[in-house]
Design a protein around this ligand. Structure first.
Ligand code: GUN
Length: 298
């Protein structure tokens, strides 16, 4: 059984990006820049945003974090985005979600220029992905990271049955769409399960590759997994744990211990899919920079 080490792969990718950023800096005398906007003081979001900024700096990219009060109006937020759209030093714009309830997330997604939408949330990027024009879009970072894991662990995907559990716009839908594209690390037969799926375990048990992003701790149990399956766990659920100083611990959507005994390969939580998301955000930002400067890949 292989434990898929997302921490190591993300670190490898960050090292590769660092080398590229240094090389491109020589070539065009400028570096990619990512701006992250955070509205309000949600502690989990603050940690994510801090990590994004730290990772940018580590690989030599510019990063700016704009912290805005939770009372900011939608119009004010839109005008900040408009200014960033026009700023040639900014190649990636990310507005951390969730946003306060008085702000319409869809309006914010639509306001970010598709050419700087390194989250890959804008309908133009989603549409190009669905059409298979992957050179014309940004891929949503978590599914993109999962493709990298499958590819770097040489997991055979062609013609395999991939079951995606979850249908969110950020993970489930793009993931399922990518797995059915005719690419090296995809080209699978795809089934999507969600909260209204009947007899879910009958379907998950057919999976050669099971990708779970349903947001429910330990949801996938051993009996739902075919022996030898590859299991990718996107879940990040806090459960109470009095033995920890923080009072909680993180568990995935997959009941790790028993399922790992059935799987041929599995991602742990933490240290699996999670670290890949930031690495792919940085990769998208570099991609945006290269497009803006008409740079071919080295
Ligand atoms: N909140 C949690 N994950 C993400 C993400 O990948 N992008 C944005 N914009 N917000 C998030």
């Amino acid at each position: 059984m292989t434990i898929i080490d997302g921490k190591k792969i993300s670190s490898d990718i960050k090292n590769e990006l660092k080398t590229s950023v240094a090389a491109y800096r020589q070539k065009v005398n400028t570096v990619p820049g990512l701006t992250v906007i955070i509205v309000g003081e949600d502690p989990a979001s603050q940690v994510y945003v801090r990590n994004k900024a730290k990772s940018c700096k580590e690989i030599g990219m510019n990063s700016e974090v704009i912290e805005l009060p939770k009372e900011i109006s939608q119009e004010q937020l839109l005008s900040r985005i408009e200014a960033l759209n026009k700023d040639p030093e900014v190649h990636g714009i990310l507005v951390q979600q969730p946003l306060p309830p008085h702000i319409d997330e869809y309006a914010i997604t639509m306001a970010i220029s598709p050419s700087k939408d390194v989250d890959g949330f804008h309908p133009e990027n989603v549409g190009q992905m669905v059409l298979g024009n992957l050179d014309k879009c940004f891929l949503s970072c978590t599914p993109y990271g999962i493709l990298e894991l499958l590819s770097r662990y040489n997991i055979e995907t062609k013609g395999k049955h991939c079951v995606v559990v979850g249908r969110s716009n950020i993970v489930g839908k793009p993931m399922a769409n990518l797995m059915l594209q005719k690419l090296e690390a995809t080209n699978s037969t795809v089934t999507i399960c969600h909260s209204a799926t009947k007899n879910m375990s009958e379907l998950t048990r057919q999976a050669d590759i099971l990708i779970v992003a349903i947001g429910r701790g330990n949801f996938i149990t051993k009996d739902m997994v075919k022996p030898g399956a590859v299991v990718i766990d996107v879940g990040m659920n806090r459960i109470e744990d009095a033995s920890r100083k923080s009072g909680y611990r993180l568990v995935g959507d997959v009941d790790y211990e028993p399922v790992s005994r059935n799987a041929s390969a599995i991602t742990p939580v933490p240290g699996g899919v999670g670290p890949m998301t930031i690495a792919m955000l940085l990769k998208n930002t570099l991609q945006s920079f290269m497009r803006a400067n008409s740079i071919e890949a080295l």
